[in-house]
Design a protein around this ligand. Structure first.
Ligand code: CIR
Length: 253
């Protein structure tokens, strides 16, 4: 069960966020409205939501998931691989310290963006992406082990982050698309394969037996419905324009 979440209000500078999508620039006012509905959905799931102020200097700062890993035993502040995102950690430190006594830090030359980290119970899968390197992943695994958990790396080559194409929905359910469908390390899970035309919805989020999923992906919705969870759709089109999925918009713990 999660009890809390941290989000950050999108800034006007969101129009300058990093993107590889060819979907145009996000519309600030629409992003704000969609973000408010996202917060509402987290509240509906029973979470206390801390809403951090927008940071104009960091266009991607609303994607808070990438700058910290919140575990039941400690928090780890990351060192984002994207140059323009490194400074996002500064203001997150104080917030995380409000909730955790034990806070660890990924140090250069290690880089980690926590969108590359998928929690399955006490084990954490860490994708080796363009944003998360081997040194960062090893630091992360050392911290996890220090605090009684475990981690392992996953090679990947197609997606931005591990959770761009993979979401653990508890009870052994694993939502997957693209390169992750055939990875041997995920064979033990009940794989719910999302077809490539709806791959964006492979980034969905389990929150206390509700699955938050992006609006507009009917095949994915039908697949997730098979798990028996309640589904809450959220329109996140403006964040999709920046390669951001549902999970990226919050830290849940
Ligand atoms: C970026 O490229 O860093 C942002 N535009 C999107 C980050 C999405 N975060 C995530 O998948 N965890």
């Amino acid at each position: 069960m999660f009890t809390k979440a941290i989000v950050r209000t999108p800034s006007k500078s969101i129009v300058d966020g990093i993107t590889s999508a060819n979907l145009g620039k996000p519309v600030y006012e629409k992003a704000l409205a969609q973000h408010a509905d996202y917060v509402e959905a987290l509240i509906e799931c029973g979470l206390d939501v801390t809403i951090l102020a927008a940071e104009e200097d960091y266009p991607d700062a609303c994607f808070v998931e990438d700058v910290a890993l919140m575990t039941p035993h400690c928090a780890i502040i990351t060192n984002p691989g994207a140059e323009s995102r490194k400074g996002e950690t500064q203001s997150m430190i104080a917030t995380v310290e409000d909730f955790y006594d034990r806070v660890e830090f990924i140090e250069a030359p290690g880089t980690v963006e926590a969108g590359d980290i998928m929690m399955v119970g006490e084990h954490y899968y860490i994708g080796l992406s363009d944003r998360t390197n081997g040194i960062g992943a090893m630091q992360m695994i050392n911290y996890l082990e220090k605090h009684g958990m475990s981690g392992s790396t996953v090679n990947m080559s197609e997606m931005l982050h591990l959770k761009t194409g993979l979401s653990y929905l508890e009870n052994n359910h694993l939502l997957a698309t693209g390169e992750f469908v055939s990875k041997p390390e995920f064979e033990k899970y009940d794989m719910l394969e999302i077809p490539s035309e709806e791959e964006y919805a492979a980034n969905s989020v389990w929150v206390n037996d509700t699955v938050l999923t992006p609006k507009g992906f009917p095949q994915a919705k039908a697949i997730i419905e098979k798990t028996g969870y309640k589904i809450r759709e959220i329109d996140v089109s403006e964040f999709q324009k920046l390669d951001g999925g549902l999970s990226c918009l919050s830290l849940r713990f």
